[in-house]
Ligand binder design. Structure first.
Ligand code: SAM
Length: 452
């Protein structure tokens, strides 16, 4: 078990000029664990070059979209926030479910095995994780795979990590392969590092999803979509207008939001014609990723499990920053804080299209309960006599499932091959009630009956 948590509430610091954008969103649970391995104090180092780079760009070419701002701040290859390796942990900026308790990853491991079985136990299984952080989730999933070796025996399993941060990929390499891996220098190669886990499973690192080989894959994305750039739009008397980032004319070393007077390509194309909200955030990059996942699942088989905080097309202004487990002004000291926005699952569903089957979103509490977290907790508590470990187990269980903490804030959403939800053929000799066909096979986690 990796830590227990205390909970704080925060106030949003976002500010908008020219037109107010909208009311502040609720804070995200990113709170400090009591015990976690963490990195250097680089987190504290000021990064003036990010601000300088952004202000010179804006002064020469005009305001930039929030999406461009977010992309530059988070994933610029030289100065990007994710280039650093210590944002996850007590001395970092936030903590995530896989870092709170190993049970989280174990239950996701069971889900993956269950979907692999539901797909007819294909001979090859690619586990693909998008944005693997420290590699903790993948490590916990692989532990379940080795415990279920007799079930997975017939499959050749490989791990594929899509990670934009060179620094985090080194942490993943250390945690998953003990550094038994090699950098790949060949520019033509889509893989930038290859390694092997202690049990001999091949691990490969990629910068982009499209570089991962196309074959049967189960994709996992935990707190990945919330880190992708969003566009922000404001309803005005003249129609939808894009919110952009500009330099404050009174304070040239400060950034501010502005609503641009004319339509932009994004405001003309990304807002739904029947949109009723007065302010919307659209993560077009997330939409592209979901389209890629959907196409691959339909063509090559497999499934995707997406877990994040989010909503079903109802929220408005959710863009926020986190630094040292506190909310942070998204425009202040860019590059020193995490930037994030709630995932709009209704948008992901729309972008997935009709070819793939979508289930969810369901709350994290529902998903974990359906996956058997209560039983797993009882087993762990029965075999644990140390009072402090018991206390930690209970506290992390509470953090993951309590509706007021992560239980209702985080959601699970899945893309499945359409055959997965097809109604099973009527069995010979089975008499069904008139006008009723057999129910589709339940999907673990999304259905209460799934593991019974
Ligand atoms: C909020 S962290 C979540 C880490 C991990 N999944 C967890 O839950 O602990 C986001 C992860 O996505 C990675 N990331 C962010 N943007 C990315 C992108 N465009 N492509 C690939 N990885 C990205 C970050 O480097 C980091 O590993």
């Amino acid at each position: 078990m990796r830590g227990c948590l205390c909970v704080k509430s925060h106030q949003l610091l976002n500010r908008v000029f020219v037109h107010p954008v909208c009311a502040p969103a609720a804070a995200r649970w990113r709170t400090p664990p009591s015990r976690l391995v963490h990195g250097s104090s680089e987190n504290e180092r000021p990064r003036p070059s990010v601000l300088k780079h952004l202000t010179s760009k804006i002064i020469s070419t005009g305001p930039i979209s929030v999406a461009e701002y977010m992309r530059e701040v988070l994933t610029n290859p030289v100065t990007g926030y994710y280039v650093r390796n210590n944002m996850l942990g007590p001395d970092g900026d936030f903590i995530t479910s896989p870092e709170i308790s190993q049970i989280f990853g174990e239950l996701l491991g069971v889900w993956i095995v269950s979907e692999w079985m539901g797909a007819g136990r294909p001979k090859r299984l690619q586990l693909v994780e998008l944005g693997p952080g420290k590699g903790s989730l993948a490590g916990d999933i692989l532990r379940v795979f080795s415990q279920l070796r007799s079930v997975l025996n017939e499959a050749s399993v490989s791990l594929h990590l899509v990670e934009v941060s060179a620094a985090l990929s080194l942490v993943q390499a250390q945690n998953l392969t003990g550094n038994s891996c090699q950098e790949v220098d060949n520019e033509d190669d889509r893989v930038y590092r290859r390694g092997e886990t202690a049990s001999g499973l091949p691990v490969s690192w990629y910068r982009r999803l499209e570089d991962v080989p196309e074959e049967f894959s189960i994709f996992v994305a935990h707190e990945f979509f919330d880190a992708l750039p969003i566009h922000k739009f404001q309803r005005t008397e003249k129609g939808w207008r894009e919110v952009m980032v500009d330099v404050d004319p009174d304070k040239p070393d400060k950034l501010r939001f502005v609503v641009v007077p004319g339509a932009t390509l994004a405001s003309a194309s990304l807002v739904q014609a029947d949109e009723r909200r007065h302010h919307v955030e659209v993560c077009a990059e997330g939409g592209v990723v979901v389209q890629q996942l959907a196409r691959r699942i339909v063509e090559d088989g497999g499934a995707a499990l997406i877990a994040d905080y989010g909503h079903n097309g109802t929220k408005t202004d959710t863009f926020r920053g986190f630094k040292g487990h506190q909310l942070h002004d998204v425009l202040a000291a860019p590059g020193t804080a995490d930037l994030t926005a709630d995932v709009d699952f209704s948008y992901l569903r729309r972008m997935a299209g009709g070819g793939v089957a979508c289930v969810g979103p369901v709350t994290q509490r529902t998903f974990l309960r359906n996956m058997g977290i209560d039983t797993r907790m009882q087993v762990l508590l029965r075999s644990c006599s140390d009072p402090s470990t018991r206390k930690q187990l209970i506290s992390s269980y509470d953090m993951l499932t309590n509706p007021a903490k992560m239980g209702d804030r985080f959601h699970f959403f899945s893309l499945l091959h359409p055959s997965r939800l097809a109604r099973p053929r009527k069995q010979e000799g089975l008499t069904l009630e008139k006008n009723r066909s057999p129910a589709p096979l339940p999907v673990a986690g999304f259905s209460e009956l799934s593991l019974s």
